[in-house]
Write a protein that binds this ligand. Structure first.
Ligand code: ATP
Length: 269
């Protein structure tokens, strides 16, 4: 069994304040978690605000370095990736999807410019691509998310709906052919009526492209619906983990039970 992602006893402590008022925050305590390379999956990470979900995501993305343990991607310690070329190769394989698509795009810049720039950047690793090759790559990524380049071409962010813009942001993440998406609250800013279509898109990307997705959310209903596995975090620790439906149908830890009761919807009843 080879591992795509191996989070090995990882912790992150932040230190804040000056000499006299120094205090430590253990955002992530000691988490181990693996995703198998041959078994693409959606892994949901849920927990209240401040439980360490985003810090864990930032360590997987190499944006924060662990203060203990290691994050291995495809067998390589993410903390050891230093050169620009290695960093670009890693980023091609592990892509973030942000919470707010309106923050991902400058309102004064046409969205296709971002897509072309991303394609040109990642395709440059194998020689200078032609304009046609870049457009074909961008169109392919947009088609994967249910859009086309013709629909997006020349548009500014405000000329697309929130759902279309989040799809475009996901398309941008797909351009380098990643193996893992790290999506931090990707539907919380999207209109409630469109949320299911975006999370369904994640399921279909897993099935069609063999992508694994770490789905960070407060929304237990969508987590229940699309995830294969779930971890429930509290104060930097995993308090419960397992098959998403089994955990959410029959939570064991008092915190998981409270979390479920707080958001009980007819879906769970
Ligand atoms: N750069 C930082 N410096 C200091 N403390 C931080 C930093 N980033 C996060 N923290 C602290 O670490 C803890 C975990 O934060 P984190 O953002 O990972 O939680 P979260 O579960 O993602 O919360 P939310 O759902 O609100 O995004 C919090 O106490 C937070 O204040």
């Amino acid at each position: 069994m080879s591992l795509l992602l191996d989070i090995d006893h990882v912790g992150k402590t932040f230190t804040q304040g000056g000499l006299l008022s120094r205090r430590s925050i253990e955002a992530v305590k000691d988490i181990s978690l693996q995703i198998e390379a041959e078994r693409p999956e959606i892994l949901s990470v849920v927990g209240e605000s401040g439980s360490g979900k985003s810090t864990l995501a930032a360590m997987v993305l190499g944006q924060q370095l662990p203060t203990r343990g290691r994050v291995l991607f495809d067998g390589v310690d993410v903390a050891s990736i230093r050169s620009g070329a290695d960093r670009r190769a890693f980023m091609a394989k592990v892509q973030p999807v942000l919470q707010n698509p309106f923050e991902a795009f400058n309102p004064l810049k046409r969205v296709d410019r971002y897509l072309f720039a991303t394609a040109a950047n990642f395709m440059a690793a194998t020689g200078k691509p032609t304009r046609q090759e870049i457009e074909a790559r961008v169109d392919r990524a947009l088609v994967e998310v249910g859009l086309t380049l013709a629909e997006v071409r020349g548009r500014f962010p405000h000329e697309l709906s929130g759902g279309q813009l989040q799809r475009t942001a996901i398309a941008r993440a797909l351009i380098p052919d990643p193996r893992l998406l790290v999506a931090d609250e990707p539907v919380s800013m999207v209109d409630a009526s469109l949320r299911m279509s975006i999370v369904n898109l994640f399921s279909s990307l897993r099935d069609r492209l063999g992508l694994s997705i770490i789905y960070i959310t407060h929304d237990l209903a969508t987590a229940y619906y699309i995830s294969d596995r779930i971890i429930i975090m509290k104060k930097g620790e995993v308090v419960e983990r397992g098959n998403a439906r089994e955990v959410l149908d029959n939570p064991q830890h008092p915190y998981s039970i409270a979390l479920k009761n707080a958001v009980l919807t007819p879906d769970f009843a």
